[in-house]
Design a protein. Structure first.
Lengths: 325, 353, 371
């Protein structure tokens, strides 16, 4: 197990490096002078030269890449000051260190993810299990039907409607905003409640459908029938035998969804006008702010790899065949 | 051939002494294609300590029957009619709670493929201990000791450490032994074994069959043994029920049914099967055609489209009138008793040399 | 010791077939297993087939029996060259095809055909029966007189299917009929050798006989040699004139049908035959010997040294662990009846004075007086 973990971690580092290298060289093939871009209008050639030196753009690409990579591990010095590790470079646009901008935005992204996750896991898995348990009844048909309708909704469709009703028309709620959890958990939750609910609605529908169908599949497994043939109670069989097998597909999808959410929920952030990682990513790529774009990409890649490893560990926990092979 | 005359005397056990009594059982599934008549008017009895073999090909309804006995069919698309009486208790109308008390306790089941029939997520020991704790109220510790005891009994080496293994760490034969241990842990009065050795190699099959026989001696359970393999059934069963298209077509003691069969289907099965002791020069005589669809079973005798003897029955009785299966030693066929005997001796027996 | 042994002149020389069609020598197939840390490397091998000798004469039916993991299917796939052997030689009609390339195999491929176990998965569900049977002719550019379609109809008729069903799809047929389609496809190229891998084990008893009879008819009327691979000893006995018994990748005993089934010498053959449940048709059947082995077949990844059966054998001695017993004719055996055993059994399957019960659970339950 430990060996497996070490191997996966080494692999993850290698993949991170490759992603970094790939994006770096891909961006540098864009026929665009970043110094000119950074300088703005009415820029003198001298200014451009200064900026170019300042940003290190006068050095060969390989050297720039090396600087970038060592910066992540050991930090880096710019004219504006020391950028401590993990240094993802400096924005061409704002002159801020990329890591700092990401860290500015990350609490919001994390809050959005965690809040939504709690809601859609409870509601989604709960209603999915209920539908599977009551398969074929009116309750099942209601839940299944609703989940199909809701999962075809989109955040940018549902979001404005909810905002219109709750904020603009009735004034029950204020416009969504981010207030740090550490200052006041209550205002934090109230501020993000609408985005959570809207986001969770769509995810809930998906998790309902998935958990229902995997549970129904598992309930037809022979070992589940054996458990019933031993006289175990239906509820026991349902939760101990069938549920255990359903966890594998659920955890797989959950890992993918979580890593996507943590690297920025673009649509949610735009719909509710919140400044998270997703927004940072879109803005930076529109302004061709290469260091920021790359930083966000690497940040997202980190979560994908991290969750991949976590999902594999979860497999090992759930299924002894994985653990012992 | 003088032995042929005394056959009527032998009857399968019926009446109050039988431990399990199934009468006129009808099981229907509704599917997208229509109603499947999986079991159609089946009756049989099993006495304590006896083994009833149910033999039939795929789709003959033999497995469905036994899932129904335990109430393990899907109640949503299945209708069950008739009577299943276990030790004086009616099961068709029993509640789920009552069935739960019986399953694994009074009646246990062994399935065909122990790899898929055992949960991959829990240790063998836990899966054996579970029903013991549930039905006897034993503590975790007692149940574990019992699991080790059962594993020892079924011949798992180093049972004290292997009790904590998962099914995938066992070989095929050992898994089936664990399954037997699980079935016998509460000392059931009736054991239903559904093709328990079909997935196993022949040398392992021999071990498992003997083990079941020896354990039956010790535990005194009745066994319903379901298989498609006549060889296996002849070594295991005291009494035999031959099923075809959801119905019983022949019944009697195993020796009688296999050595003096009376139904053309049983004749067909026996003469289509190569045997180690059979003559090599004798070609196999297959049953023509294929088993019928249970969505739309043939009228009258379900075997008539494949039967070579319909011409011997006057009129079109075979295709219009369902032949009844009498009490005791019997075959559901319109041929007269005399015809059954002479046809077997003249036409069938020479093929079985 | 040496006077008891007679080296085989030519395996199967006693049988009728004068001409050897297929000759396999020292055939070996090891499937590598990779693992290790931090860099994956070869850590072992599944020794699926190890040093197997086998011959099949022209028009001869040879059976290959054994339990799961004995390598019988792999042997079949090696002979049809669906797999490439790790070592050893496969000689077909005098031509060495052990490592022949695709192109070199082309001519041989049409002469060696295979029939598979599962009639459900070995036929393409999207092709009509006509296309399925025709395609080997198309691939090999064969144009029979009267056209390919006519030939397909003839083949369908030959295997007992309605030629009118030419345009139907596999799912419209029952299991037994699908296996007939498989046979028709194998016959399309007029093969000289058919390797049938468990051709009837997925079928119902009443249908099995139909397919066995069909194969027998094909074998006898068309003079096609068969390598019949199966775990069912009775079916193999019925079909094959000569039988090889495999255990853990090796042939432990080979000989004419009567020698193997009535006069076996290898303890494993004894155990195997004794394990087959048999319907007795008479009221007082002859008592057969009762041998109950312990446990399952060991893993082919780390097979026992010397004789591979020794870990489950009641006669095993030190010699069995140190020396691989050669496959030779033992004194008292007929020509061509070869056994790989240091301490062979008596050539009879009659009941012994004492049953051999190695299984600990059975021995315990049956008490010291019996076990």
């Amino acid at each position: 197990m430990l060996q497996f973990l070490v191997r996966r971690l080494i692999g993850a580092v290698v993949i991170m490096f490759l992603i970094g290298a790939f994006t770096f060289f891909l961006f540098y093939t864009i026929p665009q002078d970043f110094a000119e871009l950074s300088c703005g209008k009415n820029c003198s050639p001298e200014n451009i030269a200064v900026i170019r030196e300042n940003l290190g753009l006068d050095k060969p690409i390989t050297a720039q890449f090396w600087e970038f990579m060592t910066g992540i591990v050991a930090g880096r010095d710019f004219a504006q000051g020391h950028c401590s590790a993990p240094c993802l470079g400096m924005s061409f646009d704002s002159g801020e260190f990329v890591w700092d901008s990401i860290m500015d935005r990350f609490p919001l992204t994390l809050s959005l993810t965690v809040g939504g996750l709690v809601i859609f896991l409870i509601l989604g898995l709960g209603s999915g299990l209920l539908a599977a348990w009551k398969r074929g009844t009116a309750a099942d048909k209601l839940v299944s039907g609703a989940s199909i309708v809701l999962s075809s909704f989109q955040i940018y469709f549902l979001g404005p409607i909810v905002l219109g009703i709750l904020v603009y028309q009735s004034g029950i709620m204020e416009n969504p905003s981010y207030k740090p959890f550490t200052e006041n958990p209550v205002t934090w939750a109230i501020g993000l409640l609408i985005p959570w609910l809207v986001m969770a609605t769509i995810f809930t529908a998906q998790y309902t459908r998935m958990s229902r169908s995997t549970m129904i599949e598992q309930l037809q497994e022979e070992h589940v029938r054996t458990a019933r043939a031993k006289g175990m109670k239906q509820r026991y069989v349902f939760f101990r035998y069938a549920w255990r097998g359903s966890l594998i597909p659920i955890v797989t999808i959950l890992g993918m969804d979580l890593s996507a959410l943590l690297s920025g929920a673009v649509v949610t952030e735009f719909t509710f006008d919140l400044a998270g990682i997703g927004r940072l990513a879109v803005d930076s790529s529109l302004t061709k702010d290469l260091p920021v774009t790359m930083g966000v990409m690497l940040f997202g890649a980190f979560f994908i790899l991290l969750l991949n490893i976590l999902v594999d560990l979860a497999y090992a926990y759930i299924d002894p065949r994985v653990r012992l092979s | 051939m003088s032995t042929l005359t005394k056959t009527e005397g032998e009857t399968a056990p019926t009446g109050p002494e039988s431990f399990l009594s199934v009468s006129d059982l009808r099981v229907r599934f509704s599917t997208e294609d229509g109603i499947v008549k999986a079991v159609d008017g089946l009756s049989f009895d099993v006495a304590r300590g006896r083994t009833l073999g149910i033999v039939g090909e795929s789709g003959s309804g033999k497995s469905v029957t036994n899932l129904t006995v335990l109430g393990l069919h899907n109640p949503k698309n299945t209708t069950v009619e008739g009577e299943i009486v276990l030790d004086g208790k009616e099961l068709v109308t029993a509640t789920e709670k009552e069935m739960e008390k019986l399953r694994g306790n009074k009646v246990a089941m062994i399935f065909q493929d122990p790899l898929t029939a055992l949960s991959p997520y829990y240790t063998v020991g836990r899966q054996i201990a579970e029903p013991f704790m549930k039905h006897t109220g034993a503590s975790k510790k007692e149940a574990r000791a019992r699991a080790i005891e059962m594993l020892t009994k079924v011949g798992i080496p180093q049972p004290k450490s292997r009790v904590d293994d998962y099914p995938h760490q066992f070989s095929g034969g050992m898994r089936q032994r664990a399954m037997i241990a699980m079935a016998l842990v509460c000392d059931p009065d009736l054991l239903i074994a559904d093709e328990p050795t079909t997935a196993l190699d022949v040398t392992v099959q021999a071990q498992i069959l003997d083990l079941l026989k020896d354990l039956q001696q010790e535990f005194g359970s009745a066994i319903v043994f379901i298989t498609h393999d006549l060889g296996v059934i002849s070594e295991m069963a005291d009494d035999l029920l031959v099923m075809y298209a959801g119905r019983a077509v022949e019944r009697g003691s195993t020796a009688e049914v296999l050595r003096r069969p009376r139904h053309p289907y049983t004749w067909g099965l026996l003469s289509s099967m190569p045997r180690l002791g059979g003559s090599i020069d004798q070609a196999l005589t297959p049953i023509p055609g294929t088993p019928p669809s249970l969505l739309n079973p043939p009228s009258g005798c379900p075997f008539h489209p494949r039967c070579a003897f319909t011409g011997e029955v006057p009129g079109d009785r075979c295709s219009t009138e369902r032949p009844p299966l009498g009490e005791g030693r019997a075959a559901a066929c319109h041929l007269t008793a005399e015809q059954k005997q002479t046809f077997f001796i003249d036409k069938i027996q020479p093929r079985l040399r | 010791m040496s006077d008891k042994l007679t080296l085989p002149a030519q395996q199967g020389s006693s049988t009728a077939s004068a001409e050897t069609l297929l000759k396999v020598e020292g055939l070996t197939k090891h499937f590598p297993i990779y693992g290790g840390f931090p860099i994956k490397r070869r850590v072992g091998a599944v020794q699926a087939v190890d040093d197997v000798d086998l011959t099949v004469g022209a028009g001869e039916s040879v059976g290959l029996v054994g339990e799961s993991g004995c390598g019988k299917s792999t042997t079949g796939r090696l002979i049809t060259r669906l797999l490439e052997p790790t070592a050893g030689k496969i000689e077909y009609a005098g031509q060495d095809i052990s490592h022949a390339s695709r192109r070199q195999l082309a001519s041989v491929r049409s002469e060696i055909q295979m029939i598979f176990q599962d009639p459900y998965s070995s036929l393409n569900p999207r092709q009509t029966v006509g296309t399925i049977i025709k395609s080997p002719m198309e691939v090999n550019g064969i144009n029979p007189a009267g056209g390919r379609d006519k030939r397909v109809r003839e083949l369908l008729e030959l295997v007992g299917l309605n030629p009118e069903h030419f345009n139907r799809f596999p799912h419209e047929f029952s299991g037994g009929q699908r296996q007939r389609i498989g046979v028709a496809r194998a016959l399309a190229l007029n093969p000289k050798l058919i390797v049938a891998d468990e051709p009837v084990s997925a079928l119902d008893v009443s249908i099995q006989a139909q397919v066995v009879n069909l194969l027998q008819k094909v074998q006898q009327e068309l003079g096609i040699a068969f390598l019949f691979i199966a775990h069912d000893l009775a079916v193999v006995r019925h079909f094959s004139k000569r039988v090889a018994v495999m255990y853990l990748g090796r042939v432990v005993e080979v000989g004419d049908r009567d020698s193997i089934y009535a006069r076996p010498r290898h303890p494993y053959t004894h155990a195997l035959l004794s394990a087959v449940p048999e319907v007795s048709m008479v009221d007082e059947p002859e008592e057969r010997e009762r041998i109950r082995l312990a446990g399952d077949v060991p893993s082919p990844i780390m097979p026992p040294s010397g004789c591979r059966f020794r870990t489950r054998c009641w006669k095993a001695q030190d010699k069995c662990a140190s020396e691989v017993p050669p496959l030779v004719r033992i004194d008292g055996n007929r020509d061509g009846h070869l056994t790989a055993c240091h301490f062979p059994e008596e050539p009879t399957i009659a009941a012994r004075e004492e049953d051999i019960v190695l299984d600990p659970a059975l021995a315990a339950l049956e008490g010291p007086d019996k076990g």
